[in-house]
Design a protein around this ligand. Structure first.
Ligand code: AMP
Length: 114
């Protein structure tokens, strides 16, 4: 955990954020600025700066995160499909320095992204 990281603080429950899913290792909550009818963020509770900082020891955690995304997509009824985005670093458009998976769905999404 990092004291002043926004998503670490959310994971600690400092903002009373409603968790759609929570385990010992991860939490999921709705994006504050949704880009689709469903826009959920899935984060590890452990502070990992970005996908580029994921280590071999995080293999199990990475699997848990992806399975949580899939479970949430099912719960949200996204049977027509959805997109999972992990913005990484400056060119990837990452604005919060704590690994997070965006789950986007509920409308037809365009490709390629900007
Ligand atoms: P990224 O740009 O990929 O780093 O994504 C960061 C995401 O966090 C953006 O989609 C923001 O809208 C979202 N976000 C920022 N602050 C909060 C917050 N307090 N609660 C929920 N989502 C947030």
């Amino acid at each position: 955990m990092s004291a002043d990281c926004l998503f670490c603080r959310i994971a600690r429950g400092e903002f009373s954020t409603e968790f759609l899913l929570e385990t010992d290792n991860l939490a999921a909550f709705r994006d504050i600025n949704p880009q689709a009818p469903t826009h959920i963020l899935v984060i590890p509770k452990k502070h990992i700066e970005s996908l580029a900082d994921l280590q071999a020891e995080d293999q199990g955690l990475a699997g848990e995160l992806l399975l949580a995304v899939k479970e949430l997509a099912e719960r949200e009824g996204l049977s027509a499909g959805y997109r999972v985005v992990v913005n990484t670093g400056q060119d990837g458009g990452q604005s919060v320095g704590h690994l997070h998976f965006h789950l986007l769905g509920g409308r037809a999404l365009q490709w390629p992204p900007g």
